[in-house]
Design a protein around this ligand. Structure first.
Ligand code: ARG
Length: 264
């Protein structure tokens, strides 16, 4: 090989290296938002969490997904959903590692989480609730001597730790599906989770009841990487505000909850 050829071969190698380095970084959309995959809004979520996010056939659908579709459209991006564990979502790991652009997981805005992720404006109100097969268990006190299914990394787990009597055996599960199965198969006496998914479950499973709501005053937010995507966050907030103003938020709410949201 003559020197000229060799130089260009090295140059091509350098160029290829340069390109592959770029490919692992984000690309910028027209609106100025950065995304991890070209042309896509990659959304991390955690399943099952009906009616916020769950599998219907091969598709992942739900209230959160409908709002994310609007965010994707507003940025001329295609929606791509990535299913990950809730622990990695709430700790910020999924966003920091570049697995996704947004986390949409019925996730409560908390001061602790704000240290690791940036939240959108609140888009949904929630509270902790109790699901049981026995209607007489309508408080944490009545669970004394019995067992309670909590989901790891959630606000329900924190609430149970702080408020359940010492005599309650708390069993940890990775997701809501495992919690409700533990209840229906008699491994636990109750499940603690957000009211939305539990009310939905009780409606579809008439042997179970939501016997208490604890008024924890939670609000859900979508999340982006800490300090990493102000444009995308602004666009998410605009979708929340605009959809509330033009009635499409209420229509989406009705699709998944059967009623219009209560006006407070
Ligand atoms: N709102 C609760 C929290 O933020 C539970 C969220 C669980 N979400 C899910 N997609 N499984 O801790």
């Amino acid at each position: 090989m003559n020197t000229r050829l060799m130089t260009s071969a090295i140059a091509a190698g350098t160029l290829a290296l340069g390109l592959s380095a770029c490919a692992t970084e984000t690309t910028t959309t027209e609106s100025g938002a950065n995304v991890v995959a070209d042309g896509k809004l990659t959304v991390c979520t955690s399943l099952p969490y009906e009616p916020f996010e769950f599998k219907k056939g091969s598709e992942i659908v739900g209230f959160d997904m409908d709002l994310m579709k609007k965010v994707a459209e507003a940025n001329k991006l295609e929606l791509a959903v990535t299913v990950t564990g809730f622990e990695g979502i709430q700790s910020g790991q999924a966003l920091n590692s570049g697995t996704c652009d947004v986390a949409a997981a019925g996730m409560t805005i908390t001061d602790e989480r704000k240290k690791a992720i940036d939240f959108s404006d609140p888009y949904f109100d929630a509270t902790q609730a109790l699901l049981t097969k026995d209607k007489s268990i309508d408080s944490l006190a009545k669970l004394d001597g019995k067992s309670l299914a909590v989901m790891s990394g959630t606000t329900g787990e924190i609430y149970a730790k702080e408020n359940a009597p010492k005599g309650v055996t708390q069993k940890s599960f990775e997701d809501l599906g495992l919690q409700t199965t533990a209840l229906t198969t008699g491994q636990v006496d109750a499940v603690i989770q957000d009211n939305g998914p539990l009310l939905d479950f009780a409606k579809k499973n008439p042997t179970t009841f939501v016997t208490a709501e604890f008024q924890t005053g939670e609000q859900y937010g979508f999340a982006v990487k800490k300090g990493g995507n102000a444009e995308l966050l602004a666009s998410i907030n605009k979708v929340i505000t605009d959809s509330k103003a033009d009635g499409s938020y209420n229509a989406t709410y009705k699709t998944w909850f059967g009623t219009e949201p209560k006006t407070s």
